[in-house]
Write a protein that binds this ligand. Sequence first.
Ligand code: NAP
Length: 240
Amino acid sequence: MSKIVLITGASSGIGEATARRLAADGHIVVLGARREDRLAEVAKAIEADGGTADVRRLDVTDRQDVTAFADEVAQRYGRFDVIVNNAGVMPLSRLDALLVDEWDRMIDVNVRGLLHGIAAALPHFQRQGAGHFVTIASTGAYEVVPTGAVYCATKYAARAITEGLRLELDPAIRVTTISPGVVESELADSITDPGAREKMRTYRAHTISPDSVAGAIAYAIGQPPGVDVNELIIRPTHQR
Ligand SMILES: NC(=O)c1ccc[n+]([C@@H]2O[C@H](COP(=O)([O-])OP(=O)(O)OC[C@H]3O[C@@H](n4cnc5c(N)ncnc54)[C@H](OP(=O)(O)O)[C@@H]3O)[C@@H](O)[C@H]2O)c1
């Protein structure tokens, strides 16, 4: 069955791959991110392949913007079935570098952005009596690495929030946490700290394609009603 799927952070990496994969599977995808030119390119490629994609500029740190994103989609299509809360940033650094603005940005995007997505979609899912939340967490939601204290904290939080949501919700609403390991994307470009950037060059030597994560999302949302895929970890075979 074709679903209407909102994806935050769909202008590159995992969000883009997910949009392409779900559109190829016959779903209608609605893409949000700040870089509108990149969103337009993704939508153009999807449409060239026969898929359907809408795009909208979105800043997940702005609660009203995220609410309007969900409300507009619900109004246009009468409903939506899935929200993939994927937008994230990862400016890694040691705590003693005191890059406090970057800590704040990770909290704003990775935690507040997720909460804004939940707050925007939940009333619609409750009204519909159905829906599916997909959170993109990380292997950093299970283990802390040096330079990753704040990033991992945001991903532990994302996992905890998503599990809490699952426990509280009506069982008709499904909840999935997808935790990727090292995936080829633009994520590490946000690292400004020279030491952390150098360390990541080794850590990120082996990556998997964002298509692998997109495939996991397609699997989770493709399950029949009554089947809830709660947590998946997808990492490169080399990653320890
Ligand atoms: N790549 C990995 O190794 C890896 C591993 C584990 C988990 N993850 C998680 O996967 C998710 C996607 O990351 P990625 O690897 O695909 O990296 P990416 O290519 O850098 O994509 C990040 C996406 O987030 C969006 N974004 C950032 N700030 C935003 C904001 N304020 N509002 C809306 N969108 C925002 C970006 O779009 P704009 O800049 O256009 O807004 C972009 O589309 C993140 O949550 C990340 O933590 C990635």
